[in-house]
Design a protein around this ligand. Sequence first.
Ligand SMILES: Nc1ncnc2c1ncn2[C@@H]1O[C@H](COP(=O)(O)OP(=O)(O)OP(=O)(O)O)[C@@H](O)[C@H]1O
Length: 179
Amino acid sequence: MTDRTSPVIIITGTPGTGKSSHAHLLAEESSIPLQHINVGDFVKEKGLYDNFDEEWQSYNVDEDQLLDELEPLVAKGGVILDWHSCEVFPERWADLVVVLRCDHSKLWERLEKRSYPLKKIQENNEAEIMQVVLEEARASYAQEIVVELKSESMEDMESNVQRIIEWIKSWQSQRTSSS
Ligand SMILES: Nc1ncnc2c1ncn2[C@@H]1O[C@H](COP(=O)(O)OP(=O)(O)OP(=O)(O)O)[C@@H](O)[C@H]1O
């Protein structure tokens, strides 16, 4: 157990499953302050990448630098880490790992709207079908902190966010009663 008084919540999932939308709503509706870190944007802003892969239209992230930059922010707690991958984050960082899931045809439509190259849409779609991110989360963190949530509608998103808010309250009251 860490001495954080506010949790670190990882929201992960295949691109397009709704991580940023969930993280944004959660930060807005939470009664405790939560800093939403969109890790993709953070990487770009701080230049934490080796190069940009034109073929895949994505950045090759310098993970060591990324972890160094995130460490002090995470240490304070009260953070939502929003990224399509989670295994890079040390196990001790995470209090809750939310893996968003979406029906692959809905996901395809969402990615098409972004004008992604076809092979990137295909790759992400296949990853969602093969539940790559979920397996990654399960292999990287204790089973009891990994939660798989459906993100196919606005109703799903609202109920997921309420569920996470309830989880935060319970996490905090456990901390208070055990300190
Ligand atoms: N639960 C949902 N119901 C309906 N639409 C959704 C839902 N979640 C996300 N969307 C829509 O899907 C698109 C992608 O959402 P969002 O940017 O939050 O995904 P993401 O997982 O953060 O993507 P990326 O990894 O590329 O940053 C947006 O247009 C968003 O409005």
